[in-house]
Design a protein around this ligand. Sequence first.
Ligand SMILES: NC(=O)C1=CN([C@@H]2O[C@H](COP(=O)(O)OP(=O)(O)OC[C@H]3O[C@@H](n4cnc5c(N)ncnc54)[C@H](OP(=O)(O)O)[C@@H]3O)[C@@H](O)[C@H]2O)C=CC1
Ligand SMILES: N[C@@H](CC=O)C(=O)O
Length: 512
Amino acid sequence: MTDKNTINIYRNKALVNFEGKNFLGQIGVDSRIFQALNEGGISVGVISQQAIENGISVLVDEVDAEDAVKFLKKEFEKEAKEGHVSNIYSIDNLSVIGFVSDNYNKILSELQRNKIFPLLLSQIASAGRVNIVVTENQTEITKNIIETEIYGKPKTVHLALIGHGNVGGTLVEQILDSAYDILKRKRVDLKIVAIANSKKIAFNQTGFGSDWRQKIKFSQTDSSIERLVEFAKEHHLENLVMVDNTASKDFVKHYPTFVENGFDVVGSNKIYNTLPISEYRDFRKLLEKNKKKYLYETNVGAGLPLIDTIKLLHLSGENITRIKGVFSGTLSYVFNNFSLRNDKYSVVIREAMEKGFTEPDPREDLSGNDVARKLLILARELDLINEFQDINIQNLVPENLLDIDKNEFISRLEELDSEYQSVKENQKPDHVLRYVGDLHGNLQEEKGELDVKLISVPANSALGQLKGSDSIFEIYTESYGENPIVIMGAGAGAKVTARGVFGDILRLSETK
Ligand SMILES: NC(=O)C1=CN([C@@H]2O[C@H](COP(=O)(O)OP(=O)(O)OC[C@H]3O[C@@H](n4cnc5c(N)ncnc54)[C@H](OP(=O)(O)O)[C@@H]3O)[C@@H](O)[C@H]2O)C=CC1
Ligand SMILES: N[C@@H](CC=O)C(=O)O
C-alpha cells in the first residue's frame, strides 16, 4: 500500500464497527466477516481488533458502508439475538494515511499533542509500514505532522497573539522581522494567524504580514475566544500557541479552554500565576493531561533569564534560602531618578509611563501589586503555597486615588508630589530610595514570608547604585552561602519583554 518516501492518502473511507463481548475473539469470526462482505461485492481494506473496545473494525469505501452494515447484520443475526453482538454501525468521512517510519511512536505522540487520535492503526513492524485512519477534517493536519517528522519538512507553528499594545505590538514586529531567518536556520515556520485586542479579532490562516495593524483596525469580527478556537479547527491548524500579552484578569479565565483545544500557552500576563493556589495547580494538571506547556519567562524580570534559572536551581536540588531585590522596572526607574534629580515625583512617574515600563494601569506598579505578583510567582516556583493575601505590601497609592478611573488618577498624579518629596528629604545623608521585594523565612516549609516595601539604602550599596530601569535579583542558596547569585539588567520595556516572549515561543516551537 505504501512506498518508502511517500505518504499515501486514501479518502472517502468508512469504518464498519462490530461490537460484542467474548464472541469476537472466536476463531472464524474474521473469515465470516470477510465472506459476508465479499459475497456482497464489498472490498475490505483492513480488519483490526484494536480500534474499539470489545470490537472489530473493518475499513471499506464510504459508498459501500451502508450495504456493509446491512450484510453484517444479516450474517450475525443469530448472534445479535443471543446478545453476543451488540452493535454494528459505520463511521463515514474518513481517510487512510499510509507511510513508512521507523519512529512511529514519536509521530503518534505528536499527533496526540495536536489532539489527533487515530480511529484505527495497522502496522507491519518489520517494514516500518503504518496505516492510520483519521477523520476527513484531520487529514491535512495529520499529513503535515507526519511530513515534518519523517521528511524534516519545516514545522509550521500557528500563533494567536492576544493583545497588541506595547509588548504585543512589538512582538508582532519582531516575529515578522525574524520569521524568514528562523525558517532557514531552525526549519520552524512561524505564522501569526490571529491577532486580538479587547474589542476585535482578525484572522489570516496563511499568516499576517506587515499590514497587520490595518487588518485588525478594519476587522469586523468581535474579539471572541470561541471564534478563535473555531477558526483553528475550521482550518485544521497544527502546533497552536496562544500568546497572552494583555494584563487582563478576565482573559486568563480562558486558558483552560485553550489548552483543552490544543493550544500551548505563552504569556507576559502575570495574572494566572497569582490566582489561588488551587487554580494554579489544577491548571498545571490540565497541561500535563493534555501534553501542553505554559511558558512565562517574562513574568518576572521581563527579558532576564530569571524564572528558568530559579526553576533549574530548585529542580537540581539547590536549596534557595532567600530572593530579594528590586523587581519592578517602573519603580526602579522612578526611585533611581527621583532620588538623584530635582524633578517632582509625578514627572518621573510620567516618564516611566512614556517609556512603556508601567502596567496598563500604573497603579498596579505604584500600589506594589506588580512587585507582589512577581514575588509570589517566584515563591511558587519553589513549591511554596503562598497566596496573594499573604504578602505584606506597602502601597504607595493614597487611598482616595485607588478606586477612581485610571485617566483621572493619571491627571491627579501631582497630588503625590509633596508626600514623596518629604520622604526623600527625610532620609539619612547619602541615602537613596528603593522599592524592594523580599522572599525570606524558612523556605523549606509550606509558606515563605513575602515583603514588598519602600526602603532607604546607602547610595554606595549594590541596591543604591542601580541605574535606569534596571532590576536586580539576589538569589541566596545553601551552596553559594553569603554570596548570592545576582541577575541584573533591564527589568521592563517593550523591546526586552517582547524578546523574552519570543524566546518562549521559540523554546516551545523547538520542543513541539
Ligand atoms: N511593559 C513591560 O515592561 C512588561 C510588561 N509585562 C506584561 O505585559 C503585558 C502587556 O503589557 P503592555 O503591552 O504594556 O499593555 P498595553 O496596555 O500596551 O496592551 C495591552 C493589550 O491587551 C489588549 N487587551 C486587554 N484586555 C484584553 C482582553 N480581555 N482580550 C483581548 N485583548 C485584551 C489591549 O487591547 P485594548 O487596546 O482593546 O484594550 C491591548 O492591545 C502585561 O500583562 C504586563 O504585565 C511583562 C513584563 C514587562
Ligand atoms: N510594570 C512592570 C513591567 C514588567 O513586569 C515593571 O515595571 O516591572
